[in-house]
Write a protein that binds this ligand. Structure first.
Ligand code: NDP
Length: 260
């Protein structure tokens, strides 16, 4: 896991558990790259015989630029969180969006086909989620961001998708409300009215491992609520599959992540 900082990443625990469960001989550790030395760190790691890496803040765009072969979903996201070193080339992929969709559908039992979805935020995490959500067959997607122009920019040219500022929420209700902002990290939440949660809705905060104001607000509005721990584990499982060709079972790892 290459990032800066990376000290708090849970990914080494997750991948070590996957490797044990699938009997794969694999070592996965944290690697802090200097802020101005991402490419050099990747090169040194690759030369040392590494097979691949995950990439986190603030290097996902740099990883995109460094990749010589890009998957369609990485291209759609404009960011790379998974590198694979193969055939003398750096392959870049993005597993965040598929991780989100898998958590919603497989772990939380949400039926995305036909769902009205609200995506709060227009940063890297939101950008990675858009195409996988549309491909899951949702009815409509509204992207709302504090800086409205970023949301309208993200929605531009996409079918079934609109973007805007918080005023775009007036009079609308959604089956799934996804908080893809980083507001929860500072105990804040994006602007959203209680009426945005349709009866039976799910409120999903991508931030994980903390009780965010958004989760409390969603519950108070009568919705189900989930943090992003499942997305973290599912995106890791997809990366593991890309490297090892084996799909690990995620349930036990997710339970232990939630338990401790
Ligand atoms: P970015 O920095 O790229 O984007 C941050 C977004 O949050 C922007 O849309 C920004 O709005 C908005 N924002 C920040 N603070 C506030 C606030 N107080 N009120 C309203 N909006 C706010 O971050 P990322 O998109 O990369 O990540 C977002 C979050 O998602 C992170 O906290 C990260 O932990 C989480 N994440 C979780 C993953 C998982 O596996 N569970 C995977 C990836 C990310 P503006 O444009 O106006 O500045």
């Amino acid at each position: 896991m290459i990032g800066n900082p990376v000290t708090h990443s849970r990914s080494p625990d997750i991948h070590t558990a996957f490797a044990q469960a699938t009997a794969q001989a694999m070592v996965y550790e944290r690697l802090e790259a200097p802020l101005d030395g991402f490419a050099a760190s990747v090169e040194a790691f690759r030369n040392a015989g590494a097979r691949g890496a995950n990439v986190t803040l603030p290097f996902k765009e740099e990883a995109f630029a460094l990749s010589q072969v890009l998957s369609a979903r990485a291209r759609a996201a404009g960011a790379v969180n998974t590198l694979r070193f193969e055939d003398d080339a750096i392959h870049g992929d993005n597993t965040d969006g598929v991780g989100l969709v898998r958590d919603l559908e497989a772990n939380l039992g949400v039926r995305l086909a036909g769902a009205r979805v609200l995506l709060l935020g227009a940063g890297g995490a939101a950008r990675g989620a858009v195409t996988p959500l549309l491909e899951a067959g949702i009815d409509s997607l509204l992207i709302v961001n504090r800086t409205a122009a970023r949301a309208t920019g993200l929605a531009q040219g996409l079918a079934r998708t609109q973007g805007g500022g918080p005023e775009a929420l007036a009079g609308r209700a959604f089956d799934v409300v996804i908080n893809a902002t980083s507001a929860g990290m500072s105990d804040a939440m994006p602007e959203v009215p209680a009426a945005a949660f349709a009866p039976g809705a799910l409120g999903y905060d991508m931030v994980y491992g903390r009780a965010t104001p958004f989760l409390a607000f969603a519950r108070a509005a009568g919705a189900r609520a989930s943090d992003g721990a499942g997305m973290l584990v599912e995106q890791a499982a997809e990366a593991f599959f890309l490297w090892r060709g084996v799909r690990p079972d995620t349930a036990a790892v997710l339970a232990s992540l939630r338990g401790g």
